[in-house]
Design a protein around this ligand. Structure first.
Ligand SMILES: C=CC1=C(C)c2cc3[nH]c(cc4nc(cc5[nH]c(cc1n2)c(C)c5CCC(=O)O)C(CCC(=O)O)=C4C)c(C)c3C=C
Ligand code: FE2
Ligand code: FE2
Length: 348
């Protein structure tokens, strides 16, 4: 009798993706990174005929030397925190998930590239691929851009395996729980008068463009998280704050949600408000002298957390009469976060 074909279940590929960072803090590497980042139509949503001359020709050449100085402050003996925390997470999630999974790591901009990470999964002939962009709140400029890049690459494959995306994890118990653990560790060290949850900003226009049937109007529509605003960045940030506040035992008057890192002048292009730098300057005048700050739009420390929130905002707060401003470290490769990522993958 002829032998019947055998079937063996293959591995599941996992692609963890973060935003990207320059290869080094030199001006030329920062320029290359910013050129790729700021010509992405999901980040700068202008016609290409305007975007390239304005950003490659003007904004990036002016910004690169200044950004490079800040990256030089951020860089440590292991390099860029966003990269080494990502690689640590990849290794630990691989160990946790075991041999039925193959975990790869890529960056949307620069290196290691998403192309190389997907090729690694393709070479291993994985049965299916789960893509986890490491952004808790969906934004077209972050998660959406990763999704577009992945689809753009696999569209050229002759055989495309099943692919799924985890597009938002704002209320994932492991994500919330790990930030709560880290926050409680800081709260145990001293008393705080107030908590600030500072999220990466995006232009208000981006939120309105993603509004489902006009539901989101940048008003009280974002105060509850429901099927109409599942992917509204503003509603997701508010939901993360509410969940974190509950986990930390904070009442509504004990915390404020703010937005940081705006790129353009707010006169020309308003970003989500209130702006963190403006809010923090008003706090000492209200008797709030000790602030615990979280950056829950990021799952790894990077320029936006360590330098902007941890150093620049601290200095501004102290200059405005504040006594103590403390950044809660990001999730990085905390064991509880590694477990949370593995659980999200297994559940998918
Ligand atoms: C949390 C997700 C992010 C969203 C949404 C996002 C939107 C967004 N960002 C810019 C411009 C810049 N962001 C920069 C750094 C940066 N941004 C994110 C994440 C999101 N950005 C991360 C993780 C980082 C840090 C990277 C690191 O290497 O540590 C920068 C570069 C730094 C600088 O020059 O200031 C820019 C520029 C826009 C315009 C935008 C949405 C439209
Ligand atoms: Fe950004
Ligand atoms: Fe909304």
């Amino acid at each position: 009798m002829p032998a019947s074909p055998t079937s063996s279940k293959g591995r599941t590929g996992v692609l963890l993706v973060n935003l990207g960072t320059p290869d080094s803090p030199s001006t030329s590497d920062v320029r290359r990174y910013l050129n790729e980042f700021l010509t992405d139509a999901r980040v700068i949503d202008m016609p290409a005929a305007l975007r390239y001359p304005l950003f490659q020709g003007l904004v990036v050449p002016l910004r690169a030397p200044k950004s490079a100085k800040i990256y030089q402050q951020l860089w440590d003996e292991r390099g860029s925190p966003l990269l080494y925390h990502g690689l640590d997470l990849q290794k630990l999630v691989q160990e946790t998930l075991g041999k039925d999974y193959l975990v790869a790591f890529g960056m949307r901009y620069q290196n290691p590239s998403i192309e190389a990470a997907l090729q690694q999964l393709r070479d291993a002939a994985v049965d299916r691929i789960i893509v986890l962009p490491l952004f808790p709140q969906y934004a077209a400029a972050s998660t959406g851009s990763v999704q577009e890049k992945v689809m753009d690459i696999v569209k050229d494959w002759w055989v495309v395996p099943s692919i799924s995306f985890i597009s938002t994890f704002v209320d994932d118990p492991g994500f919330i729980g790990t930030f709560a653990t880290l926050g409680k560790a800081e709260m145990a060290k001293r008393d705080y008068d107030h908590v600030v949850f500072s999220y990466h900003g995006i232009p208000e226009r981006h939120v309105l463009k993603g509004s489902h049937k006009g539901y989101c109007k940048l008003g009280s529509c974002c105060n509850s998280y429901n099927k109409n605003n599942r992917y509204c960045y503003r509603a997701q940030c508010f939901e993360t704050s509410r969940q974190l506040a509950t986990a930390l035992g904070l009442g509504p008057e004990q915390y404020t949600t703010t937005f940081q890192s705006r790129l353009q002048s707010r006169l020309r292009d308003p970003w989500l408000q209130p702006y963190t730098d403006e809010v923090l300057k008003t706090l000492p005048g209200k008797g709030i002298k000790n602030v615990l700050a979280f950056s829950p739009a990021f799952v790894a420390d990077c320029l936006e957390t360590t330098i902007e929130v941890g150093e620049e905002f601290k200095e501004m707060f102290e200059q405005a009469g504040g006594a103590h401003w403390q950044l809660v470290p990001s999730l990085n490769s905390h064991p509880q976060w590694v477990q949370a990522v593995a659980d999200m993958i297994r559940r998918n």
